[in-house]
Design a protein around this ligand. Sequence first.
Ligand SMILES: CC1(C)CN=C(N2CCN(c3ncnc4sc(CC(F)F)cc34)CC2)S1
Length: 490
Amino acid sequence: MAGFREIDKALFPITNIPAVVQIFKNQLEDSAEPDLALLSIIVGAIENSLTCRSNISFQISEPVEATSLPILELHVIEEMYSKFQAIIKGAVDIKNYSKPFATRELVKKVSDVIWNSLTRSYYKDRAHLQSLYSYLNGSKLDCFGVAFAVVAGCQVLGFSDVHLALSEDHAWVVFGECSNQTAEVTWHGKGNEDKRGQEIGRGVTARSWLYVNNKPVICTRHMEVAALVSAINPSLNATHDAFEVGLLQQELLWLLYDLGHLKMYPMALGNLGDLEEIAPKEGRIQCNTLFKEAIQSARTFYNNQHVYPYTYQGGYFYRHKMYKEAFESWANASDVIRLYNYSRDDEEIYKEFLEIANELIPHIMKVESSGFSANSILKKPECFANLLRFYDGICQWEEGSATPVLHIGWAKPLVNTISKFDSEVRAQVNIICADSEEEKHAKETNGNYFNNNNYEKENGTSTKKEEKEQSTSNFHPSIEALTAACSEKL
Ligand SMILES: CC1(C)CN=C(N2CCN(c3ncnc4sc(CC(F)F)cc34)CC2)S1
């Protein structure tokens, strides 16, 4: 069983980051399960006291000792910990539920207890609503926070088979003897009816980005600790972070990394990469390597169906003015999304691609075409090729989707970008039909850039790509038309 043990209590009152790291280390390294409620309450209390304080001026003007924290008294944590246990055990009579494995009714019951104890109406997207501290002190949780609280509640009741399942923009639970049962336990997005209690559809919704084509991160207890640490939000306001909270999050993510609990969690690796980019730690691998590890993890464990590992990496290259590399990362992100059908639940990733296509790439074009240099990306055919691959993936994402992706607002920056490349540069990009003799030759010479999206057949059912008869080239017709138009100008 999990629990708040004497060796953890002995570390109180907590006054610094090493003490918090030690409690996590005790909980993670012991044979018993780490106690999700205890750890969420502790980091939630620290985060809220350092980011929700009214006297903002104090935080910015007088930086305190790096690892000092507001004093956390044992009785304060104990009271909250007991309160959570009382709420859950008081509301769920487990005599009604056979053990040792959870049932859909049990999971739905715990979800109802959390759901019905939340404040009636509040701004759901606000920061700092992800922890059990927020639930116990403000009766407010965000979408992720509700799912996490349900898993923590099931742990309190002794159901060790209930685990968190995470996509890139949603969370649900898996449970049962073979962990193959799924259930919605929280809401998603704005104005959507929640589907709590239902299993995750295998139909068309399962093939939307929101459900990552049935390749979610299925957490162990230790990965659930990584999720609560990833969900720590150091932001004080739109422009400042509380640096002690960021430091605590970074230290805890390194602890989880060293214990091997981030291996199958690409977004947590990406979060650590972002923190390392801001404040690199002595003797640790560099942030760029972490972004590569996140990509490798997604390719190894999730059939390369996740987008964010590539946008973490692309964002890093962009911030460091490594534009050629950024184009490659974004083209790789686009190769992921092209396999999906765009659905109304996919707004978050739509906004991500919209920002890259209509803000970041146009900014790069502007700065690159102002200064003249032989080394300019406008002289590099692989940049042109990766841009076409990027745009082509978005076009193909739209194909066969009920909801359109592109509109005129996309076309202007797109045409403006492509026309920045001179004809002799464009001519060096050789678009080859998939599975052609040329392509086999090209692979040997490795001299050309080609587009061979041979689509994975998911579980034998035909994907939207199956319906697409093999065209002469694999580019979407509009990209093909654009490149044809360009080559006519040669
Ligand atoms: C390249 C980016 C735009 C930068 N931050 C990104 N994040 C993506 C989402 N983040 C996450 N980081 C760790 N775990 C999770 S689970 C989840 C879905 C939610 F509904 F549970 C989101 C998420 C962290 C921040 S993607």
